[in-house]
Write a protein that binds this ligand. Structure first.
Ligand code: C2E
Ligand code: CA
Ligand code: CA
Length: 832
């Protein structure tokens, strides 16, 4: 930067000084002096000023040569003829980077004043800093000579002005105000960025802060305002290491660019060069410290140029990829380059060197820094928006998701004008779980994503369907709620049916995914706002219930009916009451005898649970058992029943004789890891033998293929429990289950028994089930025997055991015990 700047000035001086070589009358003026100053090179060791004055051959021709990058020492000579009165002139120099700079004032053959103003010299602490200047006091009637000696290892240019002392003060004051304002702005900006960095710890802010500081320091040095802000010694140190400072800013701007433009994402191949680039900059930094300025200057210009080109190319690439903040970055960066180019034009003489052009680089740097701060803020906003978008859209379909529904739509709905009638239409996609098992979750997601997008396209064309604008500006009608739910909203729509019919083809269309082709099963639930009260969550819930209803019906869609909500509320109350009853173990039970058909003796009793609800009265077990299974209360319920049963058996062991007590167990119990262990442990605690019990398992799902169920059954059987398959022939029962669970008993479902006399299919089935159990050497028990005829047929087919109203109704436990006692007393008669 500095080299560019200095080279510019160099060429400028060459242009300014070419051609004018006659003796000069020096006088004050606001403009930079364009006339060459008589100059001489110092031949050997250091000369004292009086010797230099007399022995050196000062010539204006040497001035151009003395303004180049050189390590020679040069002397300039200003001769002022005698004046009539005392007079002062200020020589003000606009190069703040010369290592050794000595001003010698010689009057009447004597050295009257000597100031040192070089970067490596001691400055007179008495003189207040206000740039590099020297006051030439001319005494009346005496000629005055000013000698300026300069030496450096960088450019030695000598842009100067001669000013009246008053004018110099005015110029300095203007400069001071200008720099005060500019530097103040930069400092505030810097503090802002530091605070943001400390709060957010976003590394780009840190790098930018380093860049900012180094730019601030370097323009402070090159423009000469630095010593107003920091000690002269520090300023001199900076001047001596200015290229190190530039390298540091190049390094930080590179790292900043890497993060800011996310090059690791946008230019992934650069990732390989990123580490070497750091090594390179570290080496460059070392070189800048070790090498003299005139050697390192050229490589640095190359680094700076390459970096500029790279930054522009990267930024353009990022903009093309849709990264909006890169535009501001590019603008800021370009501004900086424009500043540097203005510098170049100055050295080519295309632009004049004046106050405006002098400040161009500086002003562009300040605006560049401001631009970077803005682009950082812009970037943060952009990322925030992207994050928002990600949060509010489904990754698969790109449509608004549940979060959008809950966080955006629901609050909006609550604050909206209540006059609109809103309809929520919910599409439940069925069978996704099975589909996922068949083709994998990835394909399933892809399929539903396609379907959702297809529906969305169709809906966007229909008037009256609510559109949602996403943070990236795209519009959508479908909300992808996840969990197989897609929904959309209509406002003041007169005919829901026409809307649904319009989307029906899209729903029914075959989905093609690579080699796969399938149709999506669905159900549709519709819910309207009631009395202009818009609570979208309730509306969603209602539509969900309607969709559930729709699944069971054959209609294309179902509308929410008032009863559904009521039903759900009741279910909830029921769950609460059931849970309380389970915790209090407050159940009653009946026992229904099982009879050995050959002897008509009661061999067992089945415990049938009864729940008396304080308000609803008797709740049928089918209802509360199903509910308990649905809400996960069944495990606790089973263990309560077991405890109840075990205690009861323990208390009546004598009366029960060798009969067993059958307990109904949910298939879900058998899928619990510790079910068998706990049941066996409970027997031990209660002091009863497991062999006194039979566990009846109704198959609600296929459990025979689950290892854990088989393990539980094996463990229970080994401990002595009898295992029975309940409702055999209905539901999920399969040969595999019988095989793997090895039951002691099979209970033929009462569905087949109830119409034995009239239904040939059922009677045939019933007969073969009895055959089967005989072959498998398990006991066949027919349930639901209601007539003598049924009983006779079953007996004839060899069914061992039976249960049903014709034999015995479920009894209160006391009555059951009476039955057993009666049977015991008649036993000798029957057997004898
Ligand atoms: P299940 O295990 O099939 O029990 C037999 C059901 O059939 C009982 O109804 C019983 O009263 C009824 N029943 C008996 N004989 C006849 C007959 O001749 N004709 C007709 N039509 N019905 C007859 P209940 O007590 O209402 O029990 C219904 C279901 O509730 C039971 O079916 C059982 O699956 C379940 N359940 C009952 N108590 C419990 C329990 O403690 N735990 C579990 N997990 N389920 C239970
Ligand atoms: Ca049963
Ligand atoms: Ca049954």
């Amino acid at each position: 930067m500095r080299t560019v700047y200095c080279t510019g000035l160099l060429i400028l001086f060459w242009l300014m000084t070419a051609g004018s070589s006659h003796a000069q009358q020096w006088s004050a003026g606001a403009e930079y002096v364009k006339v060459p100053v008589p100059t001489a090179a110092e031949p050997g060791g250091r000369l004292d000023p009086l010797t230099a004055l007399h022995e050196l051959n000062f010539s204006p021709e040497t001035f151009a040569e003395s303004n180049q990058i050189s390590r020679e020492t040069y002397w300039h000579r200003f001769s002022f003829p005698a004046t009539e009165k005392d007079e002062s002139l200020v020589l003000s120099l606009s190069n703040y980077m010369i290592d050794e700079l000595d001003f010698y004032l010689i009057q009447d053959g004597r050295l009257t004043k000597h100031w040192q103003r070089g970067d490596t010299q001691d400055w007179d602490p008495e003189v207040r800093y206000s740039g590099i200047w020297f006051e030439i006091e001319r005494a009346a009637g005496q000629p005055t000579e000013l000698l300026v000696r300069k030496r450096s290892d960088g450019p030695l240019l000598f842009p100067f002005r001669l000013l009246e002392p008053g004018e110099y003060r005015a110029v300095t004051e203007r400069r001071f105000r200008l720099w005060g304002a500019a530097a103040g702005a930069l400092v505030i900006l810097l503090l802002h960025n530091i605070v943001v960095f400390l709060l957010a710890r976003y590394p780009a802010y840190g790098l930018y802060t380093i860049f900012h500081v180094s730019v601030f320091l370097s323009i402070g040095v090159t423009q000469g305002f630095g010593p107003w802000f920091w000690p002269m010694a520090f300023n001199q140190w900076l001047a001596a290491n200015i290229l190190t400072l530039y390298t540091l800013s190049a390094w930080s701007i590179y790292s900043f660019t890497y993060l800011f433009l996310q090059l690791y994402e946008r230019v992934p191949q650069w990732r390989h060069y990123h580490r070497p680039a750091h090594v390179f900059f570290a080496l460059a930094l070392a070189a800048s410290l070790l090498l003299p300025e005139y050697l390192y200057a050229t490589p640095f210009v190359v680094i700076q140029g390459t970096l500029s080109v790279l930054c522009i190319v990267w930024a353009i690439k990022a903009i093309k990829q849709g990264f909006a903040p890169a535009a501001l970055y590019l603008a800021s960066w370009s501004l900086f380059i424009i500043g540097a180019m203005v510098g170049s034009l100055i050295f080519h003489g295309s632009l004049p060197f004046n106050t405006v052009t002098e400040y161009t680089l500086v002003v562009s740097t300040v605006i560049q820094l401001l631009g970077f701060t803005l682009s950082l803020a812009f970037r943060a906003r952009h990322l925030e928006q992207e994050k928002n978008l990600q949060m509010m859209t489904s990754p698969v379909s790109g449509l608004p998701n549940r979060t959008y529904f809950l966080n955006e739509l629901v609050p909006q709905g609550n604050s909206r004008s209540k006059s609109d009638k809103v309809t929520l239409i919910l599409i439940h996609l069925a069978g996704l779980h099975d589909l996922s098992k068949a083709v994998g979750p990835g394909k399933t997601q892809q399929a539903t994503g396609l379907l959702a997008q297809r529906l969305n396209q169709t809906l966007l064309a229909i008037p009256g369907i609510q559109e949602h604008r996403l943070p990236n500006g795209t519009k959508a009608s479908i909300i992808d709620m996840g969990q197989d739910h897609l929904l959309f909203l209509c406002r003041n729509i007169s005919k829901v049916s026409s809307v649904i019919r319009t989307i029906e083809p899209a729903l029914n269309k075959t989905i093609r995914l690579d080699e796969l082709e399938f149709k999506q099963l669905f159900s549709i639930g519709v819910a309207h706002t009631v009395e202009a009260e818009l609570d979208l969550i309730t509306l969603y819930q209602k539509a969900q219930m309607a969709a559930d209803e729709n699944w069971r019906s054959s209609a294309l869609w179902s509308e929410y009916q008032a009863g559904l909500m009521q039903h759900q509320r009741q279910q909830l109350q029921l769950v609460a009451a059931l849970s309380a009853t389970i915790h209090a173990a407050n159940f009653q039970f009946l026992i229904q005898p099982k009879v050995e058909l050959a002897t008509r003796r009661i061999t067992s009793g089945e415990l049938l649970l009864r729940w008396h609800h304080p308000e609803l009265g008797q709740v049928p077990p089918d209802v509360f058992i199903t509910l308990a299974e649905q809400v996960g209360l069944i495990f606790k319920l089973t263990s309560v029943v077991m405890q109840l049963a075990f205690r009861w058996v323990k208390a009546h062991e004598a009366d029960l004789g060798d009969t067993t007590l059958a307990l109904n167990i949910s298939a879900r119990d058998l899928l619990q890891a510790n079910f068998a262990t706990e049941a066996i442990a409970l027997c031990t605690t209660e002091g009863v033998a497991p062999s006194r019990f039979v566990l009846e398992i109704t198959e609600t799902t296929a459990i025979g293929d689950k290892a854990i169920a088989v393990e539980n059954a094996d463990q229970l059987r080994a401990a002595g429990f009898g295992i029975s398959i309940d409702d055999f022939g209905a539901g999920y029962s399969s040969m595999q289950n019988i095989n793997r669970l090895s039951p002691n008993e099979i209970k033929i479902d009462r569905l087949f028994v109830s119409d034995l006399a009239t239904n040939v299919t059922h009677s045939t089935l019933c007969r073969s089930l009895i055959r089967l159990s005989l072959d498998l050497q398990t006991c066949a028990t027919a349930e639901g025997i209601e007539t003598a005829e049924q009983l006779a047929m079953l007996e004839a087919w060899g069914c061992q055991s039976g249960q049903g109203y014709y034999l015995f109704r479920p009894q209160p436990p006391e009555d059951y015990l009476d039955l057993l006692r009666a049977q015991a007393s008649t036993q000798p008669a029957t057997s004898g």
